[in-house]
Design a protein around this ligand. Structure first.
Ligand code: AMP
Ligand code: GLY
Length: 428
């Protein structure tokens, strides 16, 4: 089978890499891919935009593509799946209606409430005055969220009322474009976050190994929110008993209600959870796609061929697939970013030392790179996801950091404390 992967991040590199390990997968085409996917054997990049549905569809039909896997949320929210399915293609990724779990936070909240899924108390506003009055009544800390897709920048966890009001004014003032014309205000939850990426065909839903991301730019979980600075799996905070509750209280009710609404959801339902100090799971957000960098730590541990899992979802026969098999041990990913990220940063900086890093046993997933006349250069804020597996977290994390130290580019930045929760936990 030939598979086409839409996207250009570390997530898509990891998906392509994993697909190519399957004996059933002959070739992977990435649209548009990155410097890492360009160098994978039996993989090539195709220079089309991720929102060029017509171009992607035409290519897939002419080239006998058996499966299309959509990585990012933007084309999903724009209806890529609906469009390609109309052309008779097999797609892993929810329809536009399903992608609303991510593309509208108000819609997702209403879904959670109707399905009785545990989540933070919230209210939705379409103008600033009402939102500000609500904040003044509730007090801080409080969370302000732009309704629509805002590339991970639409959420403010406000420690003070003044900060909350500033966030409301920014959203209604147009900072996030149309995404901010509606605002969700939420109770501030405390606890440990966990990412549950679950695969579904709309009828059956199965979680992958639980992962934990590191959202903040700075060590000790300080500073600005980012797309994610590192991850590990399996996250011990999600015990088997807790995973069973998540299945019963979050995943099953979500998929049942989507189905009841006649939404054809075949793809990943990603539940971003807060595990409260009492050990209860509460949903912070749903995403309609694989997490990034969580995918870079979950897929290296997957034993079942990835194409079999994704195809079973796309063809709506997930119930017939044997239980997912996992490798023992742990995986860790350290994201290497450009200086300045998540604010402004330079692109086009030459990278070196990657082969050396991989000789230490790590896998270097490319997040923002490209090949420029055979020279690998940076091409994004998050540049690489350096991933290692090991018998335990100590080994995986140490190996990832050894590999990171072999890499060079001007101004490279990474957190020094990826996995601090699991390392402390083991030491305690
Ligand atoms: P999101 O952009 O929805 O992924 O949210 C970004 C981050 O904001 C999450 O990963 C959390 O760390 C934080 N966050 C969002 N909602 C809440 C909440 N209700 N309580 C506490 N933190 C939150
Ligand atoms: N790592 C967070 C996300 O993929 O949304």
């Amino acid at each position: 089978m030939k598979v086409l992967v839409v996207g250009s991040g570390g997530r898509e590199h990891a998906i392509a890499w994993k697909l190519l390990q399957s004996p059933q997968v002959q070739e992977v085409v990435c649209v548009p891919g990155n410097g890492g996917t360009a160098k994978l054997e039996r993989c090539r990049n195709l220079g089309l935009g991720i929102n060029d549905f017509e171009g992607i569809g035409r290519f897939a039909l002419v080239n006998n593509i058996g499966l299309i896997v959509v990585g990012p949320e933007v084309p999903l929210a724009a209806g890529i799946t609906d469009d390609l399915r109309r052309q008779g293609l097999t797609v892993f990724g929810p329809t536009q209606a399903g992608a609303q779990v991510e593309s509208s936070k108000a819609w997702a909240k209403a879904l959670m409430q109707e399905a009785k899924i545990p989540t933070a108390a919230s209210a939705v506003f379409t103008e600033a005055a009402g939102a500000i009055a609500y904040v003044q009544q509730q007090g801080a800390p409080i969370v302000i969220k732009a309704d629509g897709l805002a590339a991970g920048k639409g959420v403010t966890v406000a420690a003070t009322e003044a900060e909350a009001i500033a966030a409301i004014e920014a959203a209604f003032g147009g900072q996030f474009g149309a995404a901010g014309s509606q605002v969700v205000i939420e109770e501030c939850l405390v606890g440990q976050e966990a990412s549950i990426l679950a695969v579904t065909d709309g009828l059956t839903i199965r979680p992958l190994l639980p992962a934990q991301d590191h959202k903040r730019i700075g060590d000790g979980d300080t500073g600005a929110n980012t797309g994610g600075m590192g991850a590990y799996a399996p996250a011990p905070v999600v015990t088997p008993a807790l995973m069973e509750r998540i299945q019963q209280e979050v995943l099953e009710p979500a998929i049942a209600l989507l189905r009841q609404r006649q939404i054809d959801y075949r793809g990943v339902l990603y539940a971003g959870l807060m595990i409260t100090p009492d050990g209860d799971p509460k949903v912070i957000e749903f995403n309609a796609r694989f997490g990034d960098p969580e995918t870079q730590v979950v897929l290296p541990l997957l034993e079942t061929p990835l194409d079999a899992v994704l195809l079973a979802c796309a063809q709506q026969r997930l119930a017939d697939l044997p239980p997912l098999a996992w490798k023992p041990g742990a995986a860790a990913c350290v994201v290497v970013a450009a200086e300045g990220y998540p604010e402004d940063y330079k692109k086009g900086l030459p990278l070196s030392g990657l082969a050396n890093a991989e000789s230490h046993g790590a896998i270097v997933f490319h997040a923002g790179t490209k090949l420029k006349q055979d020279q690998l250069v940076t091409d994004g804020g998050r540049v690489l996801g350096v991933t290692a597996t090991g018998a335990d977290f100590e080994q995986a994390i140490a190996q990832a950091y050894t590999a990171v130290q072999a890499i060079q580019f001007e101004g490279m930045y990474y957190r020094q404390d990826i996995g601090h929760r699991v390392l402390k936990r083991n030491a305690a």
